[in-house]
Design a protein around this ligand. Structure first.
Ligand code: GUN
Length: 367
């Protein structure tokens, strides 16, 4: 009999870790959640995501738009969110009602705010094995495997379903973890012959009981990503759970398996993204603008105590300090900027930086 993988318990653990770390960030991460239309399943998903983020100390900015929303209105909203410094992540719940064009909407999201990892840039980064973001559902599955000591390395992994949201990124993450991956879909012939070879079988089809016991090898790990309703209206996955559970070594239930993990991973992605921005990207900019003359610890400390760093001057101090602003080019892409502020504008002003440090090397400082 298989061990049931408890997604609910693991999600609670991940969320507690995220909440603890998010509380130490110099500012609260923010997630904009955009839902267009009245799809009941999407409404449930979105409420769940917002609730989980709230538990982790992440602020949600909910946008509920009517079904009639035009492409232009949606793109305008995304552009506004791209520019909003309080918004670290933008999630547009899919599917969008027709005739809205999903691909164009996803492409409009600034890649550094694309917490779903749907933007073509982030999909490319994921597929070359250098991801900026981890797509939440596949990342949740990988976290579950890790927690239960199941390594895909050297294993035969079979993924059912080639969606951009789950199947394809799932195959990429399993490949990255050294699994030998077969991605199957509706046109795959002799499906059961392939699934019977799987040491790890991940199903993301969306069809009740499409994975039957004869399709599963003895001792396989079975992960059910789907959320379906059966003929009695009860929530269930793709897997014929009662028949497969005795054959598998590990199995995820529905509900209580992958679903809660997906939402917890979203919170984790956001926390990491905000932390990376504050500590990594912006710190890197600081160094480039001449801060290498001050000690790194010093800069880091200033950073962690607030959003603005004030650097120690060696000589020739000015009454200006270095701050950051989010800047965007005409296409809405993020180009991080540095600006000078008057020290008098800032409460925490014990350190100063010489103006010439900042202005050298074409740092394009706004005065
Ligand atoms: N619709 C179903 N799953 C997802 C998801 O993970 N993210 C978004 N944005 N929409 C979805």
């Amino acid at each position: 009999m298989a061990t049931r993988i408890d997604g609910k318990a693991l999600a609670a653990k991940v969320k507690a870790q995220v909440a603890e770390k998010a509380a130490k960030l110099p500012r609260q991460p923010g997630l904009a959640v955009v839902l267009v239309g009245e799809d009941p399943a999407s409404q449930v998903y979105v409420r769940g995501k917002e609730a989980d983020c709230g538990e982790c100390g992440i602020r949600s900015f909910p946008y509920r738009l009517p079904t009639e929303t035009t492409q232009r209105e949606l793109l305008d909203l995304i552009e506004k969110l791209n520019r909003d410094p309080a918004v670290d992540g933008i999630l547009v719940q899919l599917p969008l009602p027709e005739p809205l064009e999903e691909a164009a909407v996803i492409a409009a999201i600034a890649p550094e705010k694309d917490v779903d990892c749907f933007h073509p840039y982030n999909v490319g980064r994921l597929n070359i094995g250098d991801p900026v973001f981890q797509p939440c559902t596949p990342a949740g599955v990988m976290e579950m495997l890790r927690e239960y000591g199941i390594s895909p390395a050297g294993k035969r992994c079979v993924v059912l379903g080639r969606s951009n949201i789950v199947g394809k990124p799932m195959a990429a993450l399993l490949t990255q973890a050294d699994g030998t991956v077969t991605l199957c879909h509706s046109k795959t012939p002799d499906l059961a012959d392939i699934t019977r070879q799987a040491d790890i079988l991940v199903s993301a089809v969306g069809k009740v009981n499409c994975v039957t016991a004869d399709m599963v090898k003895d001792g396989a790990v079975v992960i059910d990503v789907a959320m379906n309703r059966n003929s009695e209206g009860r929530l269930c996955g793709d897997v014929d759970f009662a028949a497969v559970e005795p054959k598998a070594s590990y199995i995820t239930p529905v509900p209580g398996g992958v679903g809660p993990m997906t939402r917890a991973m979203l919170a984790q992605v956001l926390k990491e993204e905000t932390g990376a921005k504050v500590r990594g990207i912006e710190l890197n900019l600081l160094q480039r603008c001449g801060a290498h003359l001050a000690s790194l610890t010093d800069i880091q400390e200033s950073f962690l105590s607030g959003r603005t760093a004030v650097l120690e001057a060696i000589s020739g101090t000015t009454d200006k300090m270095v701050g950051f602003e989010r800047k965007y080019d005409e296409k809405g892409s993020y180009v991080c900027g540095i600006k000078l502020m008057d020290l008098t504008d800032v409460a925490n002003t014990e350190k100063k930086v010489p103006l010439e440090w900042i202005n050298r090397e074409g740092n394009n400082v706004n005065k």
